[in-house]
Design a protein. Structure first.
Length: 338
């Protein structure tokens, strides 16, 4: 059984197309992340799953049931929004059970579910407080509790951590992932932050311009990016993409052995080794503590290199660089991996 299945689903408004015809399958029990830059179609995809938007074409199934024309309230999904959407005049407990009261869930069952999620998310001590009396992390937990109390098998999350500071975001990533594994939830999570995607996802769906670029595990999409876009979007320092000409890196004397049809070479900064090989001129350095990111000139192009922060390299000085040919990535004229 699949949690979500798109068959040729698209979404357009007049001349604007947010999602081109897309086939997509997300597995039950997985933490699936929709990743991409602003305007790529990830939130539109999530809203189509939730029933907040109707597809222009295609069919949507949730747990093998066709929900294309089914209202949002009857799809059996819960949602966590970016801004939490908490009622400021209601207590934590009342915010959590608001949806259950609207659906007239019996009081005994309502209290049982409430106690369960309060304990699960360590909110029992805060149940009488108003949202304005909580920290950002606590408000995020309340929004999550409201989604979990609905007892839905599919939980949709639209950048729920983006309003938190960096340290709290990291802590909440671990908590969310642990909670998903503990409960066996199917989660579809939207983010533009590749660190969130890579650290949380079972599977990443990378979108660009309303189209799916690649669907893979974090390891696969990092080690074998399917397109130039995937290669440069994934990675805390962008992959070097170098033009080729006649078996060499363009504008230089550095020889390579490209496969037939390759017009671009990809090489991650961390796969370049200092201290051996041809000499290059250092144009710029960026010291970040543990790492030193240096930029060396290769003919008319720049090559970013990640080294240990203990290295001290002068701008306009020379450095020897080498790499294992097995770490090279090759792309054709259409930007597809060879």
């Amino acid at each position: 059984m699949t949690a979500v299945c798109f068959s040729s689903v698209s979404k357009s408004w007049d001349a604007a197309t947010a999602l081109h015809p897309t086939d997509l399958t997300l597995a039950t029990g997985e933490f699936s992340v929709l990743l991409g830059p602003s305007g790529c179609g990830k939130t539109t995809t999530l809203r189509l799953i939730a029933g907040l938007e109707s597809p222009t074409t295609g069919k949507i199934k949730i747990f093998d049931h066709d929900v294309t024309q089914v209202p949002s309230s009857q799809r059996g999904v819960s949602m966590v929004f970016q801004n939490y959407a908490l009622f400021p005049h209601l207590s934590v407990a009342e915010n959590i059970v608001f949806g259950l009261r609207v659906r007239r869930v019996p009081s005994t069952e309502l209290q049982s579910r409430l106690k369960k999620v309060l304990d699960l998310l360590s909110l029992t001590a805060y149940q009488e407080r108003k949202p304005g009396q909580l920290s950002g992390g606590q408000q995020q937990r309340v929004a999550l509790a409201r989604a979990l109390v609905a007892d839905s098998r599919l939980c949709l999350m639209d950048e729920p951590l983006s309003n938190l500071d960096a340290q709290l975001r990291q802590e909440m990533r671990h908590e969310l992932r642990a909670l998903q594994l503990k409960l066996g939830l199917s989660v579809v999570y939207v983010t533009h932050d590749q660190t969130e995607a890579m650290s949380m996802a079972d599977r990443v769906v990378l979108l660009n311009g309303g189209r799916v670029e690649q669907i893979a595990t974090p390891f696969e999409i990092y080690q074998r990016p399917g397109t130039l876009f995937a290669a440069q979007f994934i990675g805390s320092a962008r992959m070097n993409i170098l033009a080729l000409e006649q078996g060499r890196i363009a504008g230089s004397s550095v020889a390579v052995t490209p496969p037939a049809g390759a017009v671009r070479l990809g090489l991650r900064p961390e796969d370049i080794v200092l201290g051996s090989g041809p000499s290059f001129v250092v144009e710029k350095t960026e010291f970040t503590g543990a790492d030193l990111l240096l930029h060396a000139r290769v003919g008319s192009q720049m090559l970013a290199v990640r080294a240990q922060g203990k290295h001290a390299l002068a701008v306009q000085g020379e450095v020897q660089l080498s790499w294992n040919p097995l770490n090279l990535h090759w792309f054709d004229e259409h930007g597809r991996r060879i």
